[in-house]
Design a protein around this ligand. Structure first.
Ligand code: HEC
Ligand code: HEC
Length: 340
């Protein structure tokens, strides 16, 4: 008994005495861990307007994977935000309806942890996920389905109607906005804690020495000026602060009306090449060096870029286990696909 007590107090002492000063430095620079406790995390991902429940998450997941929300019956949210591929699609510019490339050559951002972002879309035009999901279903180059087509497809399938009732009560009105919102509820659960979070949450050995070196460099270079908070991004920031972006003319995207661009989250960034709004960079180390020149006006060496990339690898998160849903069959009333 006495031995156990001594061991316990030594363990306690060591966490207090040896708490890594690098973790404190990271927090002072504005980096924030995903909380370890589920209750604490819920404060960040839950919303009074459409609270998370199991029934909604399951329904939202089905709709997220259902290609019948697209005009062609071929494209689902998961086509471009593939949950098996870091929540993105791995191509430079998104490809949607009738093999159409995004007209501004925009790259699909990851949906993992997008709930932690302050705004959605590269120009920040959407305030949250429930609103955001309305865009791609209707967008011509994405799913190309008008609101009433989406509603007709869903309400023509009795199982879906039943699941909406289970999630929102007998009186639920299955509107386009309601469909988008329940997809948003599912997306809010796509949070991926990583070893980096373990480190900031007090587990000093969660990062290797090489990753700690990379984190130190990330702080020293000033990356956390924009890549901060729980998302390590997610806010609108000035772009091309110090120099012009190398591929500024590819796609013609210029940011919002003030030239600001949404800082992408760096969580799972090692899984979501190619990089930047127009997907022009395939190598993470090249993207890091480009950030040095365009955003900070400094030259980052190959070795330094490798080191920072090593740190960014520690942001590969533990993904929620997603069981691929079996979707209810269409009926005679379900509008058939068209390819115009
Ligand atoms: C054809 C590919 C495609 C499909 C299908 C698609 N998206 Fe997207 N998504 C994109 C692209 C490209 C962007 C960035 C567009 C922009 O910024 O204007 C984006 C942006 C987003 C964002 C914002 C992320 C961020 O970090 O700003 C979320 C969330 C999202 N999509 C969710 C969805 C959902 C939910 C669906 C299904 C209803 C969906 N997407 C269907 C390509 C797609
Ligand atoms: C002044 C704000 C700012 C600073 C400082 C900054 N970034 Fe960025 N970062 C951004 C913005 C904005 C983007 C998106 C640019 C775009 O695609 O148009 C971005 C994009 C990235 C991307 C591409 C991510 C993706 O998914 O496409 C990486 C990687 C990155 N930054 C890493 C870094 C690193 C490492 C540093 C430090 C050397 C750094 N950034 C410094 C604002 C900043």
């Amino acid at each position: 008994m006495k031995i156990i007590q001594t061991v316990a107090s030594v363990a306690l002492l060591s966490t207090i005495v040896l708490a890594d000063p690098l973790a404190d430095a990271a927090k002072q620079n504005g980096l924030q861990p995903i909380p370890e406790s589920k209750a604490e995390l819920m404060k960040y991902i839950n919303k009074a307007e459409d609270p998370i429940t199991d029934a909604k998450v399951e329904l939202g997941k089905m709709l997220y994977f259902d290609p019948r929300l697209s005009r062609s019956n071929l494209i689902s949210c998961n086509t471009c935000h593939n949950l098996a591929l870091g929540g993105a699609d791995g191509v430079p510019a998104a490809i949607g309806h009738k093999w159409t490339m995004n007209p501004s050559h925009l790259n699909s951002p990851t949906v993992y942890n997008s709930v932690l972002s302050e705004v959605q879309f590269w120009d920040g035009r959407s305030p949250h996920l429930e609103d955001q999901a309305q865009g791609p279903m209707q967008a011509g180059p994405e799913m190309a389905a008008p609101k009433d087509l989406v509603v007709k497809r869903v309400t023509s399938i009795p199982e879906y109607v039943e699941l909406f009732k289970r999630a929102y009560g007998e009186d639920v009105e299955i509107t386009f906005e309601r469909i988008a919102s329940v997809i948003g509820v599912f997306e809010r659960t796509l949070v991926t804690p990583s070893r980096f979070d373990d480190f900031l949450n007090g587990h000093d050995n969660a990062l290797t020495d090489a990753e700690k070196e990379g984190l130190q460099l990330f702080l020293d270079k000033g990356c956390a000026a924009c890549h901060n908070g729980m998302a390590l991004g997610g806010t609108m920031q000035p772009f091309q602060v110090a120099a012009q972006y190398s591929f500024v003319n590819l796609g013609g995207f210029k940011g919002d009306e003030n030239g600001m661009v949404k800082t992408p989250t760096l969580r799972n960034v090692t899984e979501t090449a190619p990089y930047f709004h127009n997907g022009a960079f395939w190598k993470l180390t090249d993207a890091i060096k480009e950030m040095g020149s365009t955003q900070l006006g400094i030259s980052i060496s190959d070795d330094e870029a490798e080191s920072i990339a090593t740190f960014l690898g520690s942001l590969e998160g533990r993904k929620p286990q997603i069981v691929y849903p079996v979707l209810p069959a269409s009926t005679d009333k379900t509008p058939v696909p068209t390819f115009d």
